[in-house]
Design a protein. Structure first.
Length: 392
């Protein structure tokens, strides 16, 4: 989920290479999960996910605990990019911002068109609105230097704003049965965190210890516990950078420390735990179910239409500059890759249908089909696209 840091091109390329490697690890984790879930090890796999540890199942710890670390990193990246990175200036936010908005609205409308606004499954409208940047950059890595760096910057900027939208949706739509006493306790921790930031306290341990309490209180409050990671991230100090030497500001230090753990451990574990769906006894009814079709069509058709038309429109109106050195076919290829919604789509699916195993299987199948189709066609379009022509 990492955005590009300002700095030399070589540093940007190195960061993109690391992110792409994390995406490849995630792909392997998902593939292994599917293999295990459809092998003789399937009973062991599914039983292990429901083993109780300190009152919570292993799957619960992964989705509410480990993913809080993922959301902490996402929050750190959003804050840094908005304050001093690729999204620090309004003119740099317009193209990815409008593209992200189009890439969320159209897939949601496609899903609702297939499922119906008043149907019980309408609750899953947000599932196809997400983009998995690690997976998308992993797909781009296959093409190497044939894809301009400007397009990778555009994709990462779009994805980070997409994540911000997803976080907002989770907070507003998928929060039920609030426990006010626990919510007030979480609120008190948030006040303390921002008070320490305001008075200039920069001890990371202080923020992290308070963050543990914030996670626990948020878990008990009924608000999804992963949002505690985002709130903690926004409270981590990012003072103005001084000239010379290494960057030891708290937010930068924590972001650098978390990146490899999230890319190579947290997200692959989440993918392995949640991508496993058994095809034993699966009938055509699952493939043709409204949830499956809505998600797959939303990711494949909705994303490419929303992202590409929004990008073309905002450039045609001369409200934003197009990605430098990229052709419109390449922008279309990247729009297709935005339909890879793996991690966040699966996560939102768990929130949308928490107690319905059949619907959760339909979510997994829809996400896998839509993401696979978007990735394969997106890579194919980029592979046959010309590089030198700048879109006008």
């Amino acid at each position: 989920m990492t955005l590009l840091r300002s700095g030399p091109t070589s540093a940007l390329r190195a960061l993109l290479a690391n992110e792409a490697a994390g995406g490849i690890v995630l792909m392997l984790a998902a593939a292994v999960a599917l293999l295990v879930a459809n092998s003789r090890l399937a009973p062991l796999y599914f039983d292990a996910l429901h083993v109780k540890i300190a009152g919570l199942s292993a799957l619960h710890w992964i989705n509410d605990g480990l993913m809080a670390v993922f959301f902490l990193l996402v929050g750190l990246e959003i804050k840094r990019e908005l304050l001093e990175g690729q999204l620090a200036k309004w003119e740099d936010r317009i193209l990815p911002g409008v593209a992200a908005l189009g890439g969320m609205l159209v897939p949601a409308l496609v899903y609702l068109f297939i499922n119906g606004i008043s149907a019980p499954t309408a609750r899953g409208w947000a599932i196809p609105t997400a983009t998995d940047i690690a997976f998308a950059l992993g797909a781009i890595a296959i093409l190497g230097k044939r894809v301009p760096v400007s397009l990778k910057i555009f994709l990462t900027a779009l994805a980070i704003l997409d994540d911000l939208g997803a976080i907002t949706i989770i907070a507003l739509v998928y929060t039920d049965n609030l426990q006010m006493s626990w919510l007030m306790a979480a609120g008190a921790i948030v006040v303390m965190l921002f008070a320490f930031q305001l008075i200039g306290r920069q001890s990371l341990w202080l923020y992290l210890i308070l963050g543990v309490f914030l996670w626990f209180f948020t878990l008990k409050s009924g608000v999804h516990a992963t949002l505690a990671g985002v709130l903690l991230a926004f409270a981590i100090p990012l003072p103005r950078k001084t000239e010379g030497g290494e960057d030891h500001r708290p937010l930068i230090v924590l972001e650098h420390a978390l990146q490899p753990w999230v890319a190579y451990l947290v997200v692959p574990i989440f993918g392995f735990a949640n991508a496993g769906v058994s095809f034993a006894g699966m009938t055509a009814s699952v493939l043709m179910a409204p949830v499956t079709l809505g998600i797959a069509a939303g990711l494949f058709f909705g994303k490419q239409i929303g992202v590409f038309l929004a990008s073309w429109g905002v450039v045609a109106l001369k409200l934003a500059r197009p990605p430098a050195g990229a052709s419109w076919p390449q922008v279309y290829g990247v729009s297709l890759l935005c339909g890879i919604g793996f991690t966040m789509s699966l996560f939102i699916g768990l929130l949308a249908f928490p107690d319905d195993e059949l619907l959760q299987n339909e979510v997994k199948v829809g996400v896998l089909l839509g993401s696979l189709a978007a990735g394969m066609v997106g890579v194919a379009v980029l592979a046959i696209s010309n590089t030198p022509t700048r879109p006008t």
